[in-house]
Ligand binder design. Structure first.
Ligand code: AMP
Ligand code: MG
Length: 414
């Protein structure tokens, strides 16, 4: 009969921050791929992108109205002769001379001679002549050439994630083919004799494999490509074989089998494969047993089997690793904000506790509503949760209304 697992010489439980540092120290950015900018959403930009021309490429109007000379309307109300009509995209044939105006639509280039646009709301909207009722400061309603970007400027720096705004800027500078980081492939395996797959008949004592699927979904959300390796029996041989097949991917994640149980074979299997363990236990709850190992050049993350522990350790350690592998250069760790907790919190105080909460923006501040059940097996508690309130080791109670450190693991809504 196998015995309980014990720490190897030199292994000690480390703090979350140290574990995150060790993870990031092990990850190098993967290679660069060239993709069409419309496929770049969710990728990381790996080159500096410069503007090739001024945007806008000339002074133009921000409003529908009349291109005028500010000095002509200084003594408003005044009437001006309308000498031309200028839809957006057309260029004036005439010049605005003293006493004249050109009717102009938003976006059209400002005609020669004009320095100001009288928006239609302060005029009588006339066609042959226009009455302007108010004076304006020179330059009012004019967007200056290069106001958005100037030719040669770096408008997007390499190392940033590409969101919708970045796609817009890529389009603006006509950067059709763009260098982005390769997406890491991530092998996912779930250990446990009790685990059955989705669709298998349930029998007493079994647990449906949810970790593989939620991990795969989180891998996708982080921008990487999951590869399902399957469910691994709790034997040393099966564990070694599964880890080996995972090594075809850039990263390997397993769930379960890393605790101190007699049938937790992941650590033994890693030893058999000659892996170099970077850490085994992290001072946190949920998720104390978390393995980081280097196996034949690949990075191996052994996460605990409890679904919540698995997810919390994914956010704290694996998302940052995926971001770095894709080439993101800053802001790799999940953001930490101060939130006001609405109910009292209790914690054992033996380790730093990450408590699942729903963070909402209300009355100008962030409010944390703790999930009713904080058990590490309660996967439904992750459904609404977008934050993890940090209750430090040694703290056993937090009063309602206190401000608390909160790790954001999802978008905040109102
Ligand atoms: P372990 O870390 O292997 O001791 O597993 C702890 C507990 O996590 C198990 O008793 C299961 O209830 C649960 N668990 C392990 N693997 C999975 C999985 N793939 N999907 C859902 N729950 C799991
Ligand atoms: Mg197990």
């Amino acid at each position: 009969m196998p015995t309980f697992q014990t720490p190897r010489a030199g292994e000690r439980m480390i703090a979350v921050e140290e574990a995150q540092e060790r993870v990031l120290a092990e990850v190098q950015p993967l290679g660069v791929e060239r993709v069409t900018f419309t496929d770049a959403l969710g990728r990381v930009l790996r080159e500096d992108v410069r503007a090739t021309a001024d945007v806008p490429h000339g002074d133009n109007t921000a409003m529908d109205g009349y291109a005028v000379r500010a000095e002509d309307i200084a003594n408003a109300p005044v009437s001006l002769r309308v000498i031309e009509d200028l839809p957006a995209g057309t260029v004036a044939a005439k010049r605005v001379e003293p006493g004249t105006a050109i009717r102009i639509m938003t976006g059209a280039l400002l005609p020669e001679g004009a320095d100001t646009v009288a928006h239609v709301e302060i005029t009588d909207a006339g066609s042959d002549s226009v009455k302007v009722f108010e004076s304006l400061r020179r330059g009012t309603n004019v967007r200056k050439r290069g106001e958005d970007m100037c030719a040669g400027d770096i408008v997007l720096a390499g190392g940033i994630p590409i969101h919708s705004a970045e796609v817009g800027v890529l389009a603006s500078v006509q950067k059709v083919i763009v260098g982005v980081g390769r997406r890491p492939s991530v092998a996912i395996l779930s250990t446990g004799d009790e685990i059955i797959d989705v669709g298998d008949a349930m029998t007493r004592g079994k647990v449906v494999n949810s970790n593989s699927y939620s991990l795969a979904a989180r891998v996708c959300e982080a921008g990487a490509i999951p590869r399902m390796v399957g469910i691994i029996a709790d034997t040393p041989e099966a564990t070694v074989a599964a880890i080996e097949s995972g090594l075809e991917s850039d990263f390997v994640i397993s769930s379960g089998g890393v605790s101190v149980g007699a049938y937790d074979f992941v650590k033994d299997a890693l030893d058999t494969l000659g892996a170099e363990t970077k850490f085994w236990q992290v001072a946190m709850k949920p998720g104390k047993p978390v393995v980081l190992s280097r196996v034949r050049g690949r990075l191996y993350f052994g996460l605990p089997g409890n679904p919540v522990s698995c997810m919390v350790s994914f956010h704290l350690f694996i998302s940052p690793a995926i971001r770095k592998a894709m080439g993101q250069s800053t802001n790799l760790l999940p953001p930490i904000v101060q939130t006001r907790v609405v109910v009292p919190l209790k914690s054992r105080g033996d380790r730093r506790n990450y408590m699942r909460v729903r963070v909402v923006a209300r009355d100008g501040e962030l409010i944390s509503q703790p999930m009713v059940s904080q058990g590490s097996g309660v996967s439904t508690s992750m459904v609404q949760a977008n934050g993890l309130v940090v209750v430090e080791s040694g703290i056993t109670a937090v009063e309602a209304g206190s401000m608390v450190q909160t790790v954001l693991v999802g978008p905040v809504q109102s």
